[in-house]
Design a protein around this ligand. Structure first.
Ligand code: AMP
Ligand code: GLY
Length: 431
């Protein structure tokens, strides 16, 4: 079969790479893909924009595409699934109504309240002055969230009331019409991504992201500087609790609202030192870079699971099979990220890195003129450039392999954290 993947990041490279490992998958097409997807055998980049649904639909119809897998939230929240489903094209990813769970924090909070899902106490405001007056009655730290897609930049964990007040001003200045003010939770974060056909939900291995730019979780937030799975923090007992108290009520409440949600439901969780869990956010898609550490550990053919979701027969699928061991992904970013950074830097050393057993997922790269030729090098084309990923028997092993591969790769200004997965290594819980 032929599958079309929408998106151009590391997550989509990982999806295409995994799909192509299955004997049932003959070819993968990426819209628009990147320098990594185009270098995969039997994978083709298409010069179509993410939001050109008509062109995507036409290509799928004319080329006998069995499944469209949507990576990013933006096309989902613009209704790509609705558009393709209306043409009888199978699509993995929720409709516009379902994508509200990520696109509107206020909507997600309301759903959580209705479903009885544990989350931080919050208040929603559409008027700047009301939000500011409310903040003045609260104590810092306090969290301010823009209501809308903000590419990971919509949340301020304000350490002072003044910082929260100016975050509110910025949000309305930037054109958002709503703000969510939330109690600040403490603890450790974990991402639980689950596949769903709208009725049944199957969690994937829990993963932990490293959102801050600096070692030891310091400095500004980023899209994610590295990940590891399975996160020891989320024990099998905790995962069952997440399923029971978060994922199942979310799906049941979506159904009650008439939303048949097909795709990934991603719960970003905070686990308090007491073990209490609360939802920080929901996303309507695979996480990036969580996907880069979850998929290498997956044994069950990915397309079987995704098709079971689109055909509403996830309940009939045998349990998902996983490799044993651990997976670590170190993101190599452009110097200056998450602030201003330069693009177009030539990247060398990917082949030697792969020879060390790593999988080098491209996050922001441009393909060389002849992408299947090994003699040309890709160029950086984004803030996060590569996700250097390795599987090991345990976290020490996977971390050592990932960093040995990172050491092989060079581009001007390359920056990466040196402590990815250290928390898992220090954890007393066995994988
Ligand atoms: P979100 O986009 O809602 O996941 O927020 C981005 C990041 O902000 C999260 O990964 C957390 O690190 C932080 N964050 C969000 N909400 C809270 C909260 N209520 N308390 C503490 N940190 C939070
Ligand atoms: N890694 C965070 C996200 O995908 O939103």
């Amino acid at each position: 079969m032929k599958i079309l993947v929408v998106g151009n990041g590391g997550r989509e490279h990982a999806l295409a790479w995994k799909l192509l490992q299955s004997k049932q998958v003959d070819e993968v097409f990426c819209v628009p893909g990147n320098g990594g997807t185009v270098s995969l055998e039997r994978c083709h980049n298409l010069p179509i924009r993410l939001d050109d649904f008509a062109a995507i639909g036409r290509f799928a119809q004319e080329n006998d595409i069995s499944l469209v897998v949507v990576g990013p939230e933006v096309p989902l929240s613009l209704g790509i699934a609705d558009y393709l489903l209306a043409q009888n094209i199978a699509v993995f990813g929720p409709t516009k109504a379902g994508a509200e769970i990520e696109a509107s924090k206020a909507w997600a909070k309301d759903l959580m309240a209705e479903a009885g899902i544990p989350t931080a106490k919050s208040a929603v405001f559409t008027e700047k002055e009301e939000a500011r007056a409310y903040i003045k009655t609260q104590v810092a730290p306090i969290v301010v969230k823009a209501d809308g897609l903000a590419a990971g930049k919509g949340v301020t964990v304000a350490q002072t009331i003044d910082e929260a007040l100016s975050a509110v001003a910025d949000i309305f200045q930037d054109g958002f019409g709503k703000v969510v003010i939330e109690e600040c939770l403490i603890g450790e974060e974990v991402s639980v991504l689950a596949l769903t056909d709208g009725l049944t939900i199957r969690p994937l291995l829990p993963a932990q992201d490293h959102k801050r730019i600096g070692d030891g979780d310091t400095g500004p937030n980023t899209g994610g500087m590295g990940t590891y799975a399975p996160a020891p923090l989320c024990t099998p007992t905790l995962l069952e609790q997440v399923e029971r108290e978060v994922l199942q009520p979310a799906i049941a409440t979506l159904q009650k609202r008439g939303i048949h949600y097909v795709g990934v439901l991603y719960a970003g969780l905070m686990i308090a030192p007491t073990g209490e869990l609360k939802v920080l956010e929901f996303n309507c898609r695979f996480g990036d870079p969580e996907t880069q550490v979850i998929l290498p550990l997956l044994e069950t053919p990915l397309e079987e699971l995704l098709l079971a979701c689109t055909q509403k027969r996830l309940a009939e699928m045998p349990p998902i099979r996983w490799k044993t061991g651990a997976c670590v992904c170190v993101v190599m970013a452009s110097g200056g990220y998450p602030g201003d950074y330069q693009k177009g830097k030539e990247i060398t050393g990917i082949e030697p890195a792969q020879a060390k057993g790593a999988i080098v997922f491209h996050a922001g790269t441009l393909a060389p003129d002849n992408p299947k030729s090994a003699s040309q090098n890709p160029k950086s084309d984004g803030g996060r450039v590569l996700g250097v990923t390795a599987i090991g028997e345990n976290f020490e092993d996977a971390q050592a392999k990932a960093y040995a591969a990172v050491d092989c790769i060079q581009f001007e200004g390359a920056y990466y954290r040196r402590d990815i997965a250290q928390k898992a290594i220090n954890s007393t819980i066995e994988v």
